[in-house]
Design a protein around this ligand. Structure first.
Ligand code: ASP
Ligand code: MG
Length: 321
């Protein structure tokens, strides 16, 4: 492809209503000034997917998987068509494409299908015609030509896979959070936003339950080295960049999963004996009972015998970051 390519993905809360769609449209137009080629991936509006699943469950306790994929994939089709209508109204050439129109071929599963390959010829053709291409997230088409869905949160995966297939310069994931933090900022007030994080660290954070990105999207990002940036739709603040970039011995995040597990994540953390010592000191001075400590290359997890308070989390955060 000639010229720079950017992929912009907007989550459900970013496209929840017409006002928000207008914000998204203006953002997209802004990026078009900077990049010759702009591809947009959208989620369904607001809680549409939940609502559609609920409606299927009202009809059947165990709704047929093929038909459920057929039903819930409509959510994304609504948002892409609306954004295309809006951009057209603003005199900006754009076209919306469903998963199959965009060439997204998936495994046979209806529910948690895997993207197997992307035939980008249609996307590239539309980009050559100078259109903004808006692709439905979360869906593909399988070998039977049935619509498949990629698992909840799967639009992130569509975005990163499309970015990899187009060899895009950047893949922005816009949502209502402005990046990845050193801990949950709602619980730990000292938590800071990270400028950079590696794919590996992000996978560990995600394994510990902090769902900033769909797991599979991070793995595709790592495999194809896609520069991913997570950013807020509603502020100009800098986001967090994901890349291979390995910074040994720097702790990136302290995550509390459920009530008995705290994990400290950072590439090569296993070799940070000083930190391990500090953590043991906290455990001893706080007199909390520990069931076990798991030490992996990029993660140390402490599993407590009892429910641990957020103040211990805060202390772990303090000594780590
Ligand atoms: N709309 C789908 C979901 O709610 C996919 C996504 O938003 O990424 O899970
Ligand atoms: Mg999501």
């Amino acid at each position: 492809m000639k010229g720079k390519i950017v992929v912009l993905k907007f989550g459900g809360s970013s496209v929840a209503d017409n006002e928000k769609l207008k914000i998204v449209a203006n953002k997209v137009i802004g990026y078009k000034k900077e990049y010759k080629n702009v591809v947009v991936i959208l989620s369904a509006q607001g809680k549409t997917t939940d609502r559609l699943i609920g409606e299927a469950m009202e009809l059947s306790k165990n709704p047929d998987k093929r038909e459920t994929a057929m039903l819930i994939s409509t959510g994304e089709q609504v948002s892409i068509a609306k954004l295309a209508i809006l951009l057209d109204e603003m005199n900006v050439p754009a076209i919306s494409l469903t998963g199959w129109q965009a060439g997204i071929r998936s495994s046979i599963a209806n529910k948690c299908a895997i993207i197997e390959n992307i035939d980008v010829s249609r996307i590239e053709q539309e980009l050559k015609d100078d259109k903004i291409v808006i692709v439905a997230g979360f869906q593909g088409v399988n070998a039977k030509n049935d619509i498949s869905t990629l698992g909840r949160g799967g639009s992130d995966t569509t975005a990163v896979a499309v970015a990899a297939a187009l060899d895009a310069d950047k893949c922005y994931i816009f949502s209502d959070v402005d990046g990845v933090y050193t801990a949950d900022p709602n619980k730990i007030k000292e938590a800071k936003k990270l400028q950079n994080i590696s794919y590996k660290e992000m996978i560990e954070i995600s394994n510990e339950g902090a769902k900033v990105l769909h797991d599979r999207s991070i793995k595709i990002g790592e495999k194809f080295d896609v520069p991913i940036v997570t950013k807020s739709t509603f502020s100009e603040k800098e986001g967090t960049c994901l890349s291979k970039n390995i910074e040994e011995n720097t702790v990136k995040s302290v995550v509390k999963k459920d009530v008995t597990k705290i994990s400290i994540i950072g590439e090569g953390i296993m070799r940070n004996t000083k930190l391990i010592e500090k953590i043991i000191n906290i455990i001893e001075s706080e007199e909390v009972e520990v069931l076990r400590i798991e030490i992996l290359d990029s993660k140390i997890s402490v599993i407590f015998k009892e429910i641990v308070t957020d103040s211990i989390w805060q202390k772990f955060h303090e000594v780590s970051i």
